[in-house]
Design a protein around this ligand. Structure first.
Ligand code: AMP
Length: 515
């Protein structure tokens, strides 16, 4: 039987591919598929000699580089479990992840190596370092090793990676993602998005998240395409390199930043084949402005760490702004009521649930959390509220936990945000519910102002929104800020905003000064 090891799909041993270009870094270093295979093979040998076996975790908190990608590939190759960590995590956060995942190897940046070694409790596994230029003890230790050949024989159900996702409350949960999950996603996306060996992906996303690693890099390697591999996003570099690319994958904030650059024109993008967007909602406004400036209609898709991609707009066919398209083939997706009963298509809002080959195996060492997020019939409860149109297209309305109930009425933040987003001087808006003595929750809008325009006046914002929205949906308070708090994927951190503004309706107004 064929192995299900994802490595065999991404880097099969085929001498015809050896000279084929795989990556070019921002500093111009070129890597062929043969280079990737040799470096991954050397790291695989080192991991093996360090005692890493099947199922052992290899944790990496490393800057993006070709060597970091090879560390991921090497881990797959030997049947170990790759555990990428956000480079922004502090030592305190790192201590939690190392304690929870008990990796056999941790690879971190050289500058914090001494502090990591001194953590209490001490990390159990071997420690190596890797910097953004590919230097460090990891590459030094494997320089003269013979590349490991072949790949461990893995079953579809074997875990390939653990990605921590932070819930709103409680500890981050490690989503266990299998070789079968990733094999399905890789093949399906390459097929649906027509990724071919002629494609050049301008890769500007981090590689510690599912988007950059599983959705962007995997299908391109599988198709033997190549990547312009930027260590981080910079609008300048992306504008400079777009004429050499055919594909770009982004999150909404990357698109708004590109739109702020007058050099973004249809002429600059004439060699481009496809722009995709996901990880957070893309506003209809950004979609329309991007089409105007680049001549391309962004293909929006939707997914999450636990499932990779769930739905996508079509490559050929209408891409409808504000919708995330159709479920991937082979997935069973339902919009259901609170008891998991499917709602009829045609508009009612419900929870999005799914079953299929992309759904993760469970949360690492958290059987109760895992059980709580699956229905008895095996459907995974995404925690997103969605609507399914009569033609089958899905729209994401909000995270269930972001739904606001004000005076007994449901307010869907995204509807209000899209109205606010069209008001002059507003670059982005986040609408949250916070405790209110009369209404249960009161609607608050936090606005990110357009940097080069006068700040919007809250009273004018409310008056303009009132032309389109029912009174109960209107923000009672509008706060204008320079920037909204975002995570590394550009997603607005609503928890943070809710915490900041939790007392706005409940604290007594300050006493008037006397005298
Ligand atoms: P993460 O696991 O960090 O990738 O976050 C997954 C969540 O991001 C999903 O459950 C959605 O709430 C949100 N998300 C991802 N893609 C989209 C999209 N295209 N539109 C709206 N929300 C999205």
């Amino acid at each position: 039987m064929m192995t299900e090891n994802l490595y065999s799909l991404l880097l099969p041993s085929d001498p015809r591919d050896d000279a084929r270009p795989a990556l070019q870094t921002g500093t111009g270093a070129a890597w062929s598929y043969g280079d990737l295979r040799r470096t991954a093979g050397r790291i695989a040998r080192l991991l093996h000699e360090s005692g890493v076996g099947r199922g052992d975790r290899v944790a990496a908190q490393v800057e993006k580089s070709p060597e970091a990608l090879c560390l991921y590939l090497a881990t797959l190759q030997i049947g170990a479990v790759y555990l990428p960590l956000n480079t922004a995590y502090t030592l305190t956060e790192l201590r939690y992840f190392l304690g929870d995942a008990e990796p056999a190897v941790f690879v971190g940046p050289p500058q914090s190596a001494a502090e990591v070694a001194a953590l209490d409790p001490a990390p159990a596994g071997c420690l190596f370092t890797l910097d953004g230029d590919g230097g460090g003890s990891l590459t030094a230790a494997c320089r003269d090793l013979d590349p490991w050949d072949g790949a461990a024989d893995m079953a579809a159900d074997d875990v390939a990676a653990i990605l921590y996702t932070s819930g709103t409350t409680g500890r981050p949960k490690g989503a266990m993602i299998t070789h079968g999950n990733l094999g399905y996603t890789t093949r399906t996306l390459a097929g649906l998005w027509g990724i071919a060996d002629t494609d050049v992906l301008l890769h500007a996303l981090p590689v510690f998240h599912a988007h950059g690693l599983f959705i962007a890099a995997n299908p391109v390697l599988f198709a033997r395409g190549s990547m312009l591999f930027l260590s981080r996003f910079s609008a300048d570099r992306v504008i400079e390199l777009l004429p050499r690319a055919t594909l770009f994958m982004g999150v909404p904030t990357l698109y708004t930043r590109l739109l702020a650059d007058p050099r973004l024109t249809p002429d600059l993008c004439r060699g481009m084949r496809l722009f995709t967007c996901g990880s957070a909602p893309l506003s209809a406004e950004t979609f329309a402005r991007f089409e105007e400036c680049s001549g391309h209609r962004i293909l929006e898709r939707y997914g999450m760490t636990e499932t990779a991609i769930i739905t996508t707009n079509p490559l050929d066919g209408e891409r409808v702004p504000g919708t995330v398209g159709f479920p991937l083939p082979g997935l069973e997706v339902r919009v259901a009521d609170e008891g998991g009963r499917p709602l009829p298509p045609g508009g009612e809002i419900g929870g999005l649930e799914l079953r299929g080959p992309n759904v993760f195996k469970g949360y690492w060492r958290m059987p109760e959390k895992t059980a709580a997020e699956f229905r008895p019939d095996g459907f995974f409860i995404t925690g997103d509220l969605a609507r399914r149109a009569a033609d089958g297209r899905i729209s994401i309305v909000s995270r269930a936990k972001d739904l606001i109930i004000s005076g007994g009425y449901n307010v869907y933040p995204r509807e209000v945000e899209s109205v606010l987003g069209r008001i002059e001087g507003v670059r982005d808006a986040a609408v949250i519910g916070v405790p209110h003595p009369d209404f249960g929750e009161g609607v608050v809008a936090v606005i990110e102002r357009q940097p080069d325009a006068p700040p919007p006046d809250p009273a004018v914002v409310i008056a303009q929104a009132a032309r389109e929205l029912a009174g109960y949906k209107l923000p009672k308070i509008v706060v204008v800020q320079e920037a909204l708090p975002r995570n590394a994927m550009g997603k607005v951190q609503k928890n943070e905003l809710r915490a900041q503004h939790k007392d706005v309706f409940t604290l007594p107004a300050p006493a008037a000064p006397r005298g």
